[in-house]
Structures are given as C-alpha cells and as structure tokens.
Design a protein around this ligand. Structure first.
Ligand SMILES: [Zn+2]
Ligand SMILES: [Zn+2]
Length: 323
C-alpha cells in the first residue's frame, strides 16, 4: 500500500472491513487509564483483606493465595437460570451461563505484563482448569476469556484480573471466525490461520520456535496484533508445555512493547478458541485502546484504523530489535 493513501481492507478472519488511514498521531490523549481503586485500596474488592471469602463463590484458590477465581458478583449470565429459547420475530436465549473473575495477584499494583514465567503459567493453567470445568457443565458451548485494562478498556476495577464467560451458544466474532475457518478449510483443504502465517510475511512482529505474533492485514485498531501457536490447536488445554511458555511470554512482550510504543494505555486482549470446534485455530488478539469508537464503528461496524499494520510492524521491530 502506498503510505500516502488510505485503503479499505477486509479482515480475512471475520469479513469485517477497516479503513486503514496512514499518518495520524497515535498517542493516546483523552482516554482514561487511571485506576480509581488505587486511591483507596480499602475500596478495592480484590485485596487480600477485602475479598469477601464468605459471600463470594470461590472457584479456585491456592493458599497462601497467588491466584484466585471467583464468581462475578455482578454477572451478566447465571447458571441457575433455566435455558430457554424464544424463536420468532423476537428471538432470545435466557441468560444462562457463568461469569467468573480470575484475580491474577493479591497485589493491586502488579501488572500482567511484568509477571514472571512461573506466575504467567499459573495464570494460564488456572484458566485451563476453569475452562475444563465450565465446558463440562450442561449446555455450555463456548468459554470466552478476556482482559480489560484501564477505564477506557472497560475495566471497572484496577486490581489485575482476567474475565471468563461461559455461554450456551457460540456468539458474535468467534462464531463468524469459526464459520469462515470451516468454509476456508472446505475450499482450500488448509487452515486459514496457518495460511495467514505464511502470507502475512511483511506483518510478522516476532516469532519463536512454536508461536508467532502478527499485525493482521485487516486490523481494526491501531497497534492490533494476534499471537498464535504455529501448530493447529483449537483449545487452550491442547497446548504443549513449550507452546504455553512461548505463548505467555509472547503475550507479555506484545503488551510491553505497545507500552513503549504508545505510552501507558488501556488495552484489551481476548482468547479466541473453542474446545469442540476442531477447525478453529486458537489465537489471542490484543487491542491497545488508543481511540474511542465513533459513529462509523458503532453504526456501520466498519473500523477506522489510523496506523497502517505494516507501519506498526516496522515500529514494533525497531523497539524489540529485528527478528
Ligand atoms: Zn486491589
Ligand atoms: Zn490451524
């Protein structure tokens, strides 16, 4: 792409369109990253002294605790809701499911990207344990894991945490990606993500023996990336020990490098995977939150990305050193 002109790109994973606009300022300006809870730790519900062990349902804890998983106190979905479907002009599914929160550390100011390898693996293995349990429950078809960091990333609590939602159906972007991956497999007899690894040549951020990080061609956000195992793995539990290690180290490297590149920022990451959908290739998407969603994003589901993914790749590599 001529860096002077903008371009409308289709994301091969989702079919979503993004307008890639070169040459704007990428410094986060008004987006909030401050943590209200930090002003008074007594107000933080995830502190060792404040976490309500009596009333909260604790799903996982080690003692003395370093990682704890609790049922979300304000869940969007609940497991004791009867699962009912309404089909017709107005279609709906009752709010059956589970919301859990993985508290990554007892320490409020610990940062995900600064965890050591042992701690990162504990985080990943705790997620695997929770996913296994949730997938074993009646009607659960999809477990979504994601992290919101910073107020404009949607985090209402500053204490380091990851969220887990178990759904009775595969909904939204993962459903679209799975359908696209299945159709691609049928037509090309190969996995779209493995083909992407081969084709994304100019947008590879870094790679190790088992994993690779890419700035996807049709990125919706400035500084968007995805990290994935090179081998076909659809479910997080099927990762080998080496893949787990390289994946968590790589994920932290993405967040650390984005911080050097864009300054302190809110961000989200999401784990796209599914236990039963064998054709899906697991990947983690990372979105720095450098701008607010506006009318075009909300009204048309077309995203304006002010950083050409190739430029992001170039800047990223300047920081981490060439691969
Ligand atoms: Zn705290
Ligand atoms: Zn694959």
């Amino acid at each position: 792409m001529d860096s002077q002109y903008s371009e409308i790109r289709k994301d091969y994973r989702t079919g979503y369109y993004s307008v890639i606009v070169p040459g704007r300022d990428h410094r986060p300006k008004e987006l909030e990253i401050e943590d209200e809870g930090a002003k008074n730790l007594k107000d933080c519900p995830f502190e060792p002294d404040t976490v309500d062990r009596v009333n909260l349902e604790i799903m996982h804890v080690n003692e003395p605790w370093t990682t704890m998983v609790i049922r979300n106190k304000f869940p969007e979905l609940e497991g004791h809701t009867p699962l009912e479907y309404e089909n017709g002009f107005f279609s709906s599914i009752s709010g059956y499911g589970y919301n859990e929160v993985l508290i990554e550390s007892p320490k409020h100011f610990d940062k995900f990207e600064n965890m050591n390898l042992k701690k990162s693996l504990e985080w990943l293995n705790t997620l695997i344990e929770r996913e296994e349990d949730l997938y074993s429950r009646n009607y659960i078809k999809h477990v979504m894991v994601f992290k919101n960091y910073g107020a404009s990333g949607g985090a209402s609590i500053g204490h380091p945490h990851t969220q887990i939602i178990a759904w009775p159906e595969i909904l939204g972007t993962p459903a679209i990606e799975i359908e696209i991956a299945k159709n691609y497999l049928k037509e090309n007899n190969s996995c779209i993500y493995e083909d992407a690894i081969k084709k994304e040549e100019g947008r590879i951020l870094f790679e190790t023996e088992k994993i690779i990080a890419i700035a996807p061609y049709g990125s919706r956000f400035a500084g968007e990336s995805m990290i994935l195992p090179k081998r076909h793995v659809n479910y997080i539990m099927d990762l080998s020990q080496e893949e787990k290690e390289e994946l968590v180290e790589g994920l932290k490297k993405l967040i650390q490098t984005n911080k050097k590149l864009f300054g302190e920022q809110a961000y989200n990451f999401v784990i796209h995977e599914n236990k039963k959908e064998k054709d899906y290739h697991m990947h983690i998407e990372v979105y720095p939150r450098l701008s607010n969603l506006a009318g075009i994003e909300l009204g048309q589901n077309v995203f304006v990305n002010t950083m050409v993914p190739e430029d992001y790749t170039k800047k990223f590599k300047e920081i981490v050193g060439s691969i």
